[in-house]
Design a protein around this ligand. Structure first.
Ligand code: SF4
Length: 206
């Protein structure tokens, strides 16, 4: 009997299943993390992220807000609702997109994460990226930009184009909360919409 040829479809299913298991394991470990004393004292949950099976696009934000902290999922408040609407507009369903934050625990009173906190926490996200291995990553806002490219670059100088980054593609854009703050006619809203459209086009060729 001749040996059977590998079945690419079966291989894909197995690969996806293995990645899901690894991502679940990372999330389980992150839920036990107590590295940031201030955040641990105030958090309800550790928000590890949403990783739908087979997701090819990863959106990276800053940190959980109050609703995310209460329910344990990223981007479900006002900013998340705007993000979902804009994803729909460009033909990307949130259900097929991975979403995570640089910081997994909510800073008290929604203050910005400190550099020490993001430095401590980035290992979880780095491991999630390595396991998910998405061809395209989109960073939302300055904290996520700092995670990807360091803190010496300006968002407005980097957005609007596709970067080669760590063996994958990277698009940099505004956080949806900035788009809300500046209003529907503000520059961040237009930029975020354009950059998500660019992400949808890039995904087609990745
Ligand atoms: S923010 Fe990150 S590093 Fe800090 S306690 Fe939460 S999971 Fe751990």
């Amino acid at each position: 009997m001749s040996p059977r040829a590998p079945d690419p479809a079966a291989l894909d299913v197995a690969t996806v299943a293995a990645r899901c298991a690894d991502l679940d394991e990372i999330a389980d470990h992150a839920r036990g993390c107590v590295a940031c004393v201030d955040l641990v004292a105030n958090r309800t949950t550790v928000v590890a992220g949403d990783f739908p099976p087979g997701a090819r696009l990863l959106l990276v934000g800053e940190a959980p807000g109050s609703q995310e902290d209460a329910l344990g999922r990223p981007f479900i408040g006002k900013a998340g609702q705007l993000l979902d609407r804009l994803l729909d507009e460009v033909g990307l369903s949130r259900a097929g997109v991975a979403v995570a934050n640089v910081l997994k625990c909510r800073p008290p009173a929604n203050r910005a994460p400190t550099r020490a906190e993001t430095t401590r926490c980035r290992g979880w996200l780095d491991r999630q990226v390595a396991v998910l291995d998405p061809p395209l990553v989109v960073t939302l806002g300055g904290t996520a930009l700092g995670w990807a490219l360091g803190h010496g670059v300006r968002l407005m100088d980097m957005r609007g184009r596709v970067h080669e980054w760590a063996g994958r593609r990277l698009i940099v854009t505004y956080h949806p909360s900035a788009a809300i703050r500046f209003g529907p006619a503000g520059a961040p809203m237009a930029a975020l919409r354009d950059d998500l459209r660019l992400a949808a086009e890039t995904l087609c060729t990745s």
